[in-house]
Each structure stands twice: as structure tokens, then as C-alpha cells.
Ligand binder design. Structure first.
Ligand code: NAD
Ligand code: TDX
Length: 332
């Protein structure tokens, strides 16, 4: 059995990946997670104890990391400070975790000669104009906009340097916006779903013309497994499922799924420096590694996600009031 060390495995995408691995592979998984406001033990609670261990700790703790890395065959690095809005108010944790944390892991995988996969985002490429026919590819120049995306870009650069300078067997994937179960209510889709469950109108930043390229977390997990199994060290793979929608369209789809009128949302203060459009060309991943998204459509995935939030109120309810209070303070 292969042993995976999954950092950030108690967060949104990391926990979806751990669930996916338990269902689709024979891997044993050790999760290393600091359990920040974004990490939840409960997200892993239903998984078998002989398949998944949770270690509560910081990826920037070199002693801990050097204890865990030698026991793994592959390190998959999801842990991050992940929310753009938070990075605009307090960037420091983004530097500590996304840059220093990644550096600490890279030094450990270098020292112990381990395979490493780095989870990153399409936001490192900056944004596209709304009417630009192009999409991001592996050759697009880095041009991050926010403190969050600039620290992710910095961490990607560290990985590239550790591959070239030290021969670390590393791959990188840059994925578009994920949705699915276990996503923190600070993020766009779960914020609106939980508002609608509570009878509160969805909140759209500005005019809502900004476009995101949505992918279900399970399709992301399947792509990461393909890269771990068949990806070439030193290579970057873009992950996306052709899911472009404007924020306004997403809110209108949610309203329809809740049987509410299309205009029943509020426009709130826009995000400073708000990226206009992200769009991924995933040809390399599809042709070289044979990956395809399997979630039927965004609308089907969204309906299933709504059902999950309706059925799992005990998971999200404790996060909701504090998150909304912070948004209200910011006029959002
Ligand atoms: P998340 O905020 O839901 O989860 C992050 C997890 O990392 C949490 O469990 C948190 O406790 C943990 N963590 C934070 N700092 C840590 C530290 N110093 N040591 C150990 N654990 C720590 O984030 P997410 O949305 O699941 O994102 C996971 C990864 O995927 C990130 O690297 C992010 O950049 C990337 N990504 C996210 C998206 C998206 O749409 N959410 C898209 C592309 C890429
Ligand atoms: O209430 C809201 N209303 C709104 O219109 C919120 C919370 C967001 N938005 C907008 C801002 C964005 O255009 O929705 C879009 C999505 O917002 P977020 O969920 O905050 O995601 P985004 O900023 O696009 O970044 C996400 O995708 C890339 C993840 O949070 C990142 O971790 C990932 O790298």
C-alpha cells in the first residue's frame, strides 16, 4: 500500500481528496493540518481509522515535517491560506503558510528524496479580459493580483527552483475554482447556499460580470491522482472542466434551484482589485494523462452541493454567524 502525506487534508479540497482516495485507491493517508478556522476534523470523521490518520500541526514546523515526510511515499501539498478577501485584510498568514510552509516541505522532500505534488491555482496567471477569447495554458506568464495569489505564485516558483536546482521529483497543478461539499461558508457558492437556506438574499460583489471557471472537487481529485500516478516530474498541469460562468449567472442558477425569482439578490461592495475572468485550457492534462471530468454538469453538481449543505447543517452552522459578521463589517 502506498502511503500519502496530505497537507491541508482537513480543509475543503484536501478533505474531498482524502475521501476520494479512500473510495478509489488503496492508499493509506496521513493528513497534516493546522486546523485553522478553515480546517475541520469533522470533515474526515466518517473515514476508516485504518486508512486515515490526522496529525494536528503546522507545515512550517520543520521538526514535525521531517518526522512525517520519511514515512510517506508521496507528499501532496494542499495546505494554504486560501481566501482572497482575508488576504486583503491580513496578508501575513499567507506568507507564513504559503511561502515558508511550502519551503519547509520542499526542504524535507529534498532531504528524504520523496515524490512531491504541489496544489496550486489558476489565479497565479492573473486575469483575462471578459471579451478575451483566450484561456490560460501552462505557458501563460505569471501575473498574480492579490496577496493570496502572489503567495501561491511564489510557492510555485519555489517548487520549480527546487526541481531545477536540487532535482526534487515535483509536479505542480493549477486548478480553477472548485465547488462541492465541505467548502467553508466564506467562499462564494457555500455563502450563497447557506444564505438561501437561512432565507437571506445572496450577495453579489459589484455588477457580478466577473467570470470563474467552475470544477467539482471530485474532478479535481481525479486529476491529482492521475498526475501522481503518471505525471512527469518538473511539469505543470492545468486542471479545468470548461465551466465558465459569470457570478451573476451562478447566483441566478442558485435562485432557480431554490425556486426563487431571478432578481432576488443584493449587490454589495466589490472586492478591491477583483480579477475579471479565469479560464483554463486543460488540453495537456487531457491528452498526455487521459483525464476527463466526470461530473455531469455544473447544474447537477450544484444541486447535489445544495443537498449536501441542507443535510449537513451541523457541519457549517458554527462557521456562519462569525463569517457573515466579518462580511457585514466590510460592507459585503
Ligand atoms: P481551505 O482554506 O478550505 O483549506 C486549507 C487547509 O489548510 C485547512 O484545513 C487549514 O487548516 C490548513 N492549513 C492552513 N495553514 C496551515 C499550516 N500552516 N499547516 C498545516 N495546515 C494548514 O482551502 P481549499 O480551498 O481547500 O484549498 C486547498 C488548496 O487548493 C490550496 O493550496 C489552494 O490554493 C488550492 N486551490 C483552491 C481552489 C479553490 O477553488 N478553493 C482552486 C485552486 C487551487
Ligand atoms: O459573497 C461573495 N460574493 C461574490 O460575488 C463572495 C464571497 C464572492 N463573490 C465573488 C468573488 C469572485 O469573483 O465570487 C467569485 C468567487 O469568489 P471566491 O469564492 O472568494 O473565490 P475566488 O476569489 O475566485 O478564489 C477561489 O478560486 C481560486 C479560491 O478561494 C482560491 O483559493 C482559488 O485559488
Amino acid at each position: 500500500m502506498q502511503n500519502l502525506l496530505v497537507t491541508g487534508g482537513a480543509g475543503f479540497i484536501g478533505s474531498n481528496f482524502v475521501h476520494y482516495c479512500v473510495e478509489h485507491t488503496g492508499f493509506h493517508i496521513t493528513v497534516l493540518d493546522k486546523l485553522t478556522y478553515a480546517g475541520h476534523r469533522e470533515s474526515l470523521a466518517s473515514l476508516p481509522a485504518d486508512r486515515v490518520d490526522l496529525v494536528h500541526g503546522d507545515i512550517a514546523d520543520a521538526a514535525l515535517v521531517n518526522d512525517l515526510v520519511p514515512r510517506a511515499d508521496v507528499v501532496v501539498h494542499y495546505a494554504a491560506e486560501s481566501h482572497n478577501d482575508n488576504s486583503l485584510h491580513d496578508p501575513r498568514p499567507f506568507l507564513d503558510t504559503n511561502i515558508v510552509g511550502t519551503y519547509t516541505l520542499l526542504e524535507a522532500v529534498r532531504r528524504h528524496g520523496k515524490r512531491y505534488h504541489h496544489i496550486s491555482t489558476d489565479e497565479v496567471y492573473g486575469d483575462l479580459d471578459l471579451d478575451d477569447p483566450g484561456r490560460f495554458t501552462e505557458e501563460t506568464a505569471y501575473n498574480p493580483s492579490s496577496p493570496y495569489s502572489s503567495t501561491k505564485a511564489g510557492s510555485d516558483m519555489l517548487v520549480r527552483a527546487w526541481f531545477r536546482s536540487f532535482g526534487v521529483q515535483a509536479t505542480i497543478s493549477n486548478c480553477s475554482n472548485n465547488y462541492g461539499p465541505f467548502q467553508h461558508v466564506e467562499k462564494f457558492i457555500p455563502r450563497q447556499i447557506t444564505n438561501l437556506i437561512d432565507g437571506v438574499r445572496p450577495k453579489l460583489y459589484g455588477a457580478g460580470a466577473n467570470v470563474r471557471d467552475w470544477i467539482h472537487a471530485d474532478d479535481h481529485s481525479a486529476a491529482v491522482l492521475k498526475i501522481i500516478e503518471k505525471g512527469r516530474p518538473g511539469e505543470t498541469y492545468l486542471i479545468g472542466a470548461d465551466g465558465e460562468r459569470s457570478n451573476q449567472q451562478v447566483i441566478e442558477t442558485l435562485l432557480e434551484l431554490f425556486s426563487l425569482p431571478a432578481g432576488a439578490y443584493d449587490q454589495v461592495t466589490d472586492r478591491p482589485g477583483h480579477d475579471l475572468r479565469y479560464a483554463i485550457d486543460s488540453t495537456k492534462l487531457r491528452t498526455e494523462l487521459g483525464w476527463r471530468p466526470v461530473v455531469d454538469s455544473f447544474e447537477t453538481g450544484l444541486a447535489a452541493t445544495i443537498d449536501w449543505y441542507k443535510a449537513n447543517e451541523t457541519w457549517w452552522r458554527p462557521q456562519k454567524a462569525g463569517t457573515e459578521a466579518r462580511y457585514v463589517e466590510q460592507g459585503q
